[in-house]
Design a protein around this ligand. Structure first.
Ligand SMILES: *[C@@H]1O[C@H](CO)[C@@H](O)[C@H](O)[C@H]1NC(C)=O
Ligand SMILES: *[C@@H]1O[C@H](CO)[C@@H](O)[C@H](O)[C@H]1NC(C)=O
Ligand SMILES: *[C@@H]1O[C@H](CO)[C@@H](O)[C@H](O)[C@H]1NC(C)=O
Ligand SMILES: *[C@@H]1O[C@H](CO)[C@@H](O)[C@H](O)[C@H]1NC(C)=O
Ligand SMILES: *[C@@H]1O[C@H](CO)[C@@H](O)[C@H](O)[C@H]1NC(C)=O
Length: 382
């Protein structure tokens, strides 16, 4: 068995319990620790909110969709702005790949029936074991191979909200964007997929310069959306999200999808004998890792989507830019969705700004940690 040196800080964190909360969950039965499985069905054991109401993702079933003509389009403000020095942080947090950057004026979401104005904080992806699954949301039970989440937090204090709006439930606005298969690479997202090989190991973020990429590159031409109130799709599953799931998909190639599945998650139980650790000399600690385990299939993030949750008594609203002309039609969204899906399948719907660029950024932490902090901060602020 070969010994392998890994970043001492990572190992220290992983083996000393500092990662605690963010490590007590996963997507497959292999990702277990102290004998208890980490599958989504068991998340609520450690994170009670995951078993409560208004959970995400959901299947967007046309039976429960209402076209809402009072909804307006979402304004993606400053989505074409570059971050400071065009630098993004790209991070494999053990559960997903996450991108962040510093902006002098962060990209924002305005209008679109949202309860407030929201500013971009990070984005990340959800994918699956093969090209036929991976998305968290589904449209009429249809799965897509990849889903992007653009996470935004509310600007200003909750006091600026109109009366009757739940301050906590409107803390975040997340835009979900599906990807569908096409033969050719999607050039817009290539700067990100090409950089994934640099963050194969969890918790080792890299800063990358993406001189031509802006968030606008990741928006489909058509921004029709479904709106519902939901939650984080990872622990702690707080029900604080206004979801906007775009109905038009972007595209991605099989080769690009494969690069996501080459990222590793934390290798529970295969790290370090405690005796190897020297807590007072972090930089010098060298650690033995089971090399076989490192290359074991089980140690790759091959699926990271949460199964769909009960809709309960929630309503799904739909904004459709073409619907105004069809006032008398019943909510016939199924037809439209199928048409869109078909278009996405042969790649014709995937032309979001060919001339644009891509992004990649990362941040330490992971979104559950970031969001927990924010939720706490929100509690204390209000
Ligand atoms: C964990 O989830 C599995 C299903 O994946 C279930 O059979 C089991 O009862 C759960 N364990 C607990 C303690 O809830
Ligand atoms: C941006 O780049 C300039 C020139 O290389 C450098 O001096 C500056 O520190 C950078 N700013 C940040 C925030 O990294
Ligand atoms: C953003 O700014 C912080 C503080 O200056 C810095 O630590 C971090 O690396 C920056 N992130 C990026 C992506 O440049
Ligand atoms: C840390 O460990 C290295 C290698 O074991 C050693 O050379 C170094 O002197 C140690 N530093 C301290 C401050 O103990
Ligand atoms: C190394 O990992 C492999 C696969 O996870 C496992 O079968 C094997 O028993 C491990 N070897 C040691 C020495 O822990």
């Amino acid at each position: 068995m070969l010994l392998h040196l890994v970043g001492s800080l990572v190992v220290l964190l992983a083996s000393c319990g500092f990662v605690k909360a963010s490590e007590k969950w996963g997507y497959s039965s292999e990702e277990e620790e102290d004998g208890s499985p980490r599958t989504p069905a068991n998340w609520s054991l450690s994170y009670p909110n995951c078993g409560r109401h208004n959970q995400s993702p959901i299947n967007i079933d046309s039976k429960y969709v209402t076209v809402d003509r009072s909804l307006e389009e979402i304004l993606f403000v400053d989505y074409d702005d570059y971050p400071t020095n065009q630098t993004w942080k790209l991070l494999n947090n053990g559960h997903t790949v996450q991108l962040q950057a510093n902006f002098s004026h962060p990209p924002q979401l305005h209008a679109g029936g949202l309860n407030a104005k929201y500013e971009f904080i990070q984005m990340h992806f959800h994918w699956g074991e093969d090209d036929f699954e991976g998305s968290e949301h589904r449209i009429n039970s249809r799965k897509y191979p990849l889903e992007l989440h653009l996470v935004h937090k509310r600007r200003g204090s909750g006091r600026t909200l109109a009366t009757g709006i739940d301050i906590k439930a409107s803390l975040l606005a997340v835009v979900g964007i599906f990807f569908d298969l096409q033969v050719d690479d999607n050039e817009d997202i290539k700067p990100i997929t090409d950089a994934l090989s640099r963050i194969v190991n969890p918790d080792e973020p890299v800063l990358i310069d993406l001189p031509t990429f802006t968030l606008q590159s990741l928006l489909p031409v058509q921004r029709d959306y479904f709106r519902y109130d939901g939650s984080l799709t990872t622990p702690p599953c707080d029900a604080v999200v206004q979801w906007s799931v775009l109905s038009q998909a972007l595209s991605i190639s099989t080769a690009q999808l494969t690069s996501f599945r080459k990222l590793r998650h934390h290798t529970h139980g295969t790290t370090v004998p405690a005796a190897y650790l020297n807590l007072n000399n972090v930089t010098a600690v060298e650690v033995a890792v089971n090399e076989t385990a490192l290359h074991d299939e089980d140690n790759y993030i091959i699926r990271n989507f949460r199964p769909v949750q009960d809709l309960g008594d929630r309503r799904i609203l739909q904004y459709s830019s073409t619907n105004a002309a069809r006032v008398d039609r019943p909510p016939s969204m199924a037809t439209e969705t199928e048409a869109e899906s078909g278009a996405a399948k042969d790649g014709s719907s995937s032309s979001p700004g060919k001339s644009k660029k891509n992004s990649a950024a990362a941040v330490g932490g992971g979104w559950s940690v970031v969001l927990s902090t924010m939720v706490l901060a929100a509690f204390f602020r209000f």
